[in-house]
Design a protein around this ligand. Sequence first.
Ligand code: CMP
Length: 138
Amino acid sequence: MIERTLAIIKPDACRKNYLGLILARYEKEGFRICAGKMQWLSQRQAEGFYHVHRERPFFSSLTRFMSSGPVLTLVLEKENAIADHRTLMGATDPQKAEGGTLRKLYGGSIEENAVHGSDSPETARFEIAYFFPSVEIF
Ligand code: CMP
């Protein structure tokens, strides 16, 4: 089934100039980039986006990091996009991620792990709508 997923290229990867490499990899792996926006999130926006993690000990550090510089938010489309993007990203902790995955290649730590991806169809719906009105998705 053709699916859409929300991807974020996080502030660490933007700072390290990995945008082009990551976008090229998405296209190489068959994802169609159907929306994209560079933005500097406020901590409030990051808190709303990650509200499911609000009780976690890392919540305030995570939302500070996510609002520490620009991010590139994307909607990616392909067959099985949600699971395939998660495979391409690799484990949350770059040290535990498989070789060749985006987090292994470009992530620095469990928090500064280069990319985010939706983890289920319900999450993808919420996350895409959080950043993109339907007229901005092509
Ligand atoms: P992401 O896939 O964006 O979803 C939640 C984020 O929280 C995760 O990537 C990491 O950036 C961060 N995170 C998850 N677990 C930890 C942890 N144990 N310590 C710090 N940050 C974490």
